[in-house]
Design a protein around this ligand. Structure first.
Ligand code: HEC
Length: 493
């Protein structure tokens, strides 16, 4: 080093000493294009940090102003729409690149000895990235994010024992409000990114220390006793320096990635905002971002008795399997051709996820908007009913409850079929469900007159599936009406 200034810093920092060897450390020659997805994810993360910081200059994290500030960024600030588009497409592509990276590592057996910890840190990075995607979607603070969050929270609320406490903790109150936005802002801007940066540092350190996985050969087994020795031999004899050989490929891939972000941002623009968040506004078809669509489809399609198990059990099961994977399969074959179960697993997972995403975009998440039109109420349900009850049948028809609820096997599938609802719920519970909604159902309190509510309640209480069941017993002060019922509870009382 000739430059005295550089020398001055170097003699204090010893950077070249530390970074030099890691830049030129030998990597297997077989590390080709399949190995670029990790770097792609990293460059996308840096891109997110840059666009995120710029956005935070204009975004106002307060429930009253967030939506307005978004509209300002999108429609008035110079190139603001483009900044938002870069940020959202960067996040989509980051999730995609990370997923491909994970699948590649899984199929190439790179998680096996001695890279277990690298894999586990990767799983944590995956969680943090998904966390960023979810919290970022909430910051959009529009109809999509409001409903996405409320569905997510009504799911979380069903976790036994800690459910309600958990919801309260996450939202900062009983309902989605200003405190919720502050919490998600803090998570999205400070807590998760800081964690991500720390984890990325460790992950990269391990990548350098433990080396890049050699391209697997069928029949070559990983054995703890001699793997590291063989690996060092391999990279010494037939390796290449990371810089410039392998790094060059990474840089090309990163350039393409950034180009793709620009292209998508230019072509498809930012996401939303899709209207001011308003819980009473039900003429809306909210959609979560695509990677959450499959999760919502599962929750919408499953029978309710499995939901709790799934909400609680599945994430724990999936996460512990991912973390334990390197210990479940620490050695042996690495090549995917000799690991058919792994290949089948990846293919089925992808098929399931894409089917669910497709279903999520189709019926279950959004109500079936034309389910009601022209489908008459089944004759048995209106035979011999009082005028009030018949009036209730008309309300069901007119208020499009069948967009989400089936009668006699016809209608939407988002909510439970109503044929025998009176054998599950008593009068009070029926009215409460209609007025306050809950569990993915919008609240109808402001959309129904008191007369409509009492007619509805009267009709719903006849729905016991042709009297096969006794009506639900309970603490109702308002037993099932026989003739002219007095309107039970007025919605504004
Ligand atoms: C956007 C879809 C949607 C619409 C529209 C809708 N519901 Fe629901 N409804 C649901 C969902 C989802 C549930 C399940 C809630 C839960 O699991 O807690 C539900 C539950 C119910 C229940 C309780 C059923 C049970 O067995 O627990 C009743 C009663 C009900 N809805 C009545 C109505 C009526 C009456 C209307 C029309 C005024 C209506 N719903 C409109 C989605 C909807």
């Amino acid at each position: 080093m000739k430059n005295p200034l550089i020398n001055w810093f170097e003699s204090r920092l010893h950077l070249a000493e530390v970074i030099g060897p890691s830049m030129t450390h030998p990597v297997p020659r077989s590390a080709k294009w399949w190995y670029v997805f990790g770097s792609m994810t990293l460059v996308l993360f840096m891109c997110q940090v840059a666009t995120g910081i710029s956005l935070s200059l204009l975004y106002v994290p307060s429930a009253g102003q967030a939506f307005e500030s978004l509209e300002y960024i999108t429609f008035q600030a110079e190139m603001g729409w483009f900044l938002r588009a870069l940020h959202v497409w960067g996040s989509h592509l980051m999730v995609a690149a990370m997923t491909i990276h994970m699948i590649q590592v899984f199929l190439f057996g790179a998680f096996k000895f001695p890279r277990e910890l690298t894999w586990i840190l990767g799983v944590l990075l995956f969680l943090c990235t998904i966390g960023m995607a979810f919290t970022g979607q909430v910051l959009r603070w529009d109809q999509d994010s409001y409903w996405g969050l409320s569905v997510g929270m009504s799911m979380a609320g069903r976790v036994p024992w800690i459910g309600p406490g958990l919801v309260h903790f996450v939202l900062g109150g009983a309902i989605i409000g200003g405190e919720s936005l502050s919490r998600f802002f803090t998570l999205h801007v400070f807590v998760i990114p800081a964690t991500l940066m720390g984890l990325i540092g460790l992950h990269l350190l391990l990548v350098i220390k433990k080396g890049i996985n050699e391209k697997p050969t069928p029949g070559v087994l990983v054995e703890k006793s001699n793997y590291e020795e063989k690996y060092h031999d391999l990279v010494k004899k037939r390796g290449m320096p990371f810089f410039p050989n392998a790094a060059g490929r990474d840089m090309i891939a990163c350039g393409i990635t950034l180009g793709l972000v620009f292209f998508c941002a230019m072509m498809f623009g930012p996401a939303g905002p899709t209207g001011e968040p308003n819980p009473t506004y039900i003429q809306t078809a909210p959609r979560p971002d695509f990677y959450f669509q499959s999760a919502f489809a599962v929750l919408a399609l499953l029978p309710p008795y499995m939901e709790t198990f799934l909400i609680l059990g599945f994430p724990i099961l999936a996460l512990s399997t991912l973390i334990l994977l390197p210990f479940l399969s620490p050695g042996g074959e690495k090549h995917w051709r000799r690991r058919p179960m792994s290949v089948i697993f990846v293919i089925s997972l992808m098929l399931i996820l894409s089917t669910l995403t497709y279903l999520g975009y189709k019926s279950p998440w959004s109500p079936v908007m034309d389910a009601w039109s022209g489908i008459p109420t089944p004759i048995e349900y209106v035979k011999g009913r009082t005028p009030l009850e018949l009036q209730g049948a008309i309300v069901i028809q007119n208020k499009q409850c069948r967009n989400c609820h089936m009668l006699d096997g016809r209608g939407g599938k988002r909510g439970p079929a109503l044929d025998d609802v009176a054998s599950r719920l008593n009068g009070d519970q029926l009215i409460r469900q209609v007025l306050q909604g809950g569990g993915n159902m919008p609240a109808y309190g402001k959309h129904l007159s008191p007369e409509e509510v009492s007619a509805l309640a009267a009709f719903l209480q006849t729905m016991t599936n042709a009297w096969q069941h006794e009506p639900a017993a309970g603490y109702s002060t308002n037993p099932r009406p026989t003739q002219d019922p007095v309107p039970p509870i007025l919605p504004n009382s």
